[in-house]
Every structure is written in C-alpha cells, then in structure tokens.
Design a protein around this ligand. Structure first.
Ligand SMILES: [Zn+2]
Length: 110
C-alpha cells in the first residue's frame, strides 16, 4: 500500500506595503482622491506563507482607494493634495486670530 503525502507547497512572493513618510497626501491621477501616500513596498520570498528571503524594498506612491501605484524613482510624481493648482499661496487668515476672548468667555473675569 502506498502512502504518500500530498503536501501542497505554496511558495511565492509576498508583497508587503507599509505606509511611510509624514502622511503627506497626493492626488491620485486615476480616481482623483487625495489618498495617495508614500509607501515602502517590500517583497518577501515565502514558502508555505513563511517569509524566508526578504527582497529589495521599493519606495512607491500608492492610492489607498483604487490601488494605483507608481515607483518613486519614476519621473512621474502625483500632485500634492491641498496645494491649489496654479494658485500657489493659500489665502491669508487660515487660523482665527488669537488674543482676545480665547475660548468664548468660559471663565468670568472679575
Ligand atoms: Zn486612486
């Protein structure tokens, strides 16, 4: 009687993408959401889901919504979110002026 084990050996490359950077968001050219962030994509050669050989890490831009991604080494760079195209400078007075009043007079001054 032949007894043989049929072990499915699964191997391949596990791609792990980890967000990095300061959380600066970029505008996705595909879905136009400001959900592109800088990520580190690392591929690990794994056997039976056990990561064995870490491969070279790559720095990419990746959209969290439509999974669009581009290499950070490529010449294409997504546009930074929050920067108005053509405008450059933000409108003045983004913050309310501090000084008087403070929190709306929570404490009675005597
Ligand atoms: Zn997208």
């Amino acid at each position: 009687m032949d007894i043989f084990f049929c072990l499915p050996i699964l191997f391949g490359c596990d791609g792990k993408v980890k967000q990095e950077g300061d959380g600066t968001a970029y505008v996705c050219p595909r879905c136009h959401n400001a959900s592109v962030v800088t990520c580190k994509s690392r591929k690990v050669f794994s056997v039976c889901f056990i990561p064995l050989i870490p491969m070279k890490a790559k720095h990419i831009y990746q959209c969290g919504i439509c999974q669009w991604a581009v290499d950070q080494d490529s010449s294409y760079k997504p546009q930074r979110a929050g920067a108005p195209p053509g405008g450059g400078q933000m409108m003045g007075g983004g913050y309310p002026p501090q000084g008087q009043g403070g929190y709306g007079g929570g404490y009675p001054n005597k």
